[in-house]
Write a protein that binds this ligand. Sequence first.
Ligand SMILES: [Zn+2]
Length: 136
Amino acid sequence: MPYIRDEKSLERVAGEMAFSRGQAYYRKGAVKTIARKDNFLEGVVKDSDPDPFHVRIRIKGLDNFRSAECTCPFKLGVMCKHSVAVLLHWVHYVAITAQIDVGRMILLDEKQLKANAQMAPLTAKTLGAIRAGGHY
Ligand SMILES: [Zn+2]
């Protein structure tokens, strides 16, 4: 299954349309919480609809994408825009976090996600700089 390590690889998996819609959700702070437990990422995404949507993404390790489910009715391709928004947060979180204990539950709250969404787009180059300990 495909790896999701930065925005480009996520876009390749999600498809251009779902990606650009998800990116808009990501930027305006529609993702409220993300929890990672075992091989699942669970996200709550709320926009103008009265009820939030619940996303459940199966991953292996930190970046090996398996499948995505969402409570929304939009089944377009591999994943919907809500799943894209959650995964954008996830790839950014993984990139800026030096050590992640994969056995532990990770909970990202609204404040953390807001800071996350202000990050510049991640490219392979900036990712390399981050992992090398530099600034970008
Ligand atoms: Zn959805």
